[in-house]
Write a protein that binds this ligand. Structure first.
Ligand code: SF4
Ligand code: MG
Length: 323
């Protein structure tokens, strides 16, 4: 009942000239009110496409072929473009890696942020402008009182990224979807942005869907973690459980491949092997060509995502029958 978002059996496929790519293949998860859910995986695992599907931002040759996205009691998949547009940038706002997808090139930065503030916080024009400048300062934009009157193309890439974050946060969304929000930013700004997102959650009760390949960010920010591999969820648990007690060999590989704040040495082991070619997926468990535990059954049959201990799920034959 306290779920803000419930995604059920989402499938988004791409019908490319070379063949069918099942970018998101039967993904289900929930985000509670005020919860930060981290979605982790290597690039190409389907985490960004999952976010775009929630907002119905999938263009041909991509298509959402099935599934439900229940947000605040409404199935977004069934909404018409006009209705979903009212939700985007309002009750759900997004920070993408590429800010030009969210900023409107024909309005100044200030106009865009002020509009969101007036609409969602009921401030008048003068106070909305003050607040907009304050937001721009908060995300680390120098000469904010000038930038407020500039157009997106007048800003550098990094500054645009920050302006977009200011805009996304200033509308007080119920759900903030952040796709690699800090990847392109320097460490100081990164920390500030994460702090802003934390305040949003604590002060306004916003939920956050945090998409990242950075397990350090996840460890710091997320309440619950979902690990994706090749379009499917392979493991999920609360953050402490996942970091302490990872079950899936892929998750274990990810944890060993990144310097995590819980470790004092910065060793970098990458997981051997490559992400599979989406046009030629392996049989059985998609991870088997890279897995040092692979058994015969792993090559033959795909494991289902199942509870492996209380509140902790994994899709791996190693845990068959443990619960
Ligand atoms: Fe490895 Fe088999 Fe588990 Fe897949 S199902 S992760 S191949 S042990
Ligand atoms: Mg991505």
């Amino acid at each position: 009942a306290d779920d803000l978002l419930a995604v059920h059996d989402l499938r988004t496929y791409f019908y490319t000239e070379d063949g069918l790519v099942k970018a998101v293949d039967g993904v289900s998860f929930k985000i509670k009110k005020s919860e930060v859910v981290g979605i982790v995986g290597e690039s190409g695992c389907g985490k960004s496409i999952t976010a775009m599907s929630i907002l119905k931002l999938i263009d041909p040759p991509g298509r959402i072929i099935s599934g439900e996205v229940i947000f605040d009691g409404v199935n977004l998949i069934e909404l018409k473009e006009d209705d979903i547009r009212k939700i985007r940038g309002a009750s759900i706002s997004v920070i993408f890696q590429e800010p030009m997808t969210s900023l409107n090139p024909v309005f100044t930065i200030g106009d865009q942020i002020e509009e969101a503030i007036m609409l969602h916080q009921g401030l008048d024009k003068v106070n909305a402008r003050k607040k907009a400048i304050e937001m721009l300062k908060t995300v680390g934009i120098p000469r904010a009182d000038e930038v407020v009157d500039e157009y997106p193309h007048e800003l550098s890439g990094g500054m645009r990224q920050r302006a977009m974050i200011a805009m996304a946060i200033s509308c007080n969304p119920k759900l903030l979807i952040a796709d690699e929000p800090t990847t392109a930013l320097d460490v100081t700004i990164q920390a500030q942005i994460l702090e802003l997102m934390r305040n949003l959650k604590n002060d306004l009760g916003s939920s956050v869907m945090l998409i990242t390949h950075d397990l350090g960010v996840v460890a710091e920010m997320a309440d619950y973690v979902i690990v994706m591999y090749a379009g499917k969820i392979v493991e999920e648990a609360e953050v402490v459980e996942l970091f302490k007690n990872a079950k899936h060999p892929y998750t274990i590989g990810l944890l060993q491949s990144k310097p995590v704040i819980m470790r004092d040495e910065d060793r970098l082991n990458s997981i051997p092997g490559q992400v599979p070619n989406p046009l030629h997926m392996p049989s059985g468990c998609y991870f088997h060509p890279r897995c040092s535990h692979a058994m015969d059954i792993c090559r033959e049959s795909q494991p289902e995502l199942k509870e492996v201990c209380e509140g902790h799920k994994a899709a791996c034959w190693l845990y068959e029958g443990v619960i």
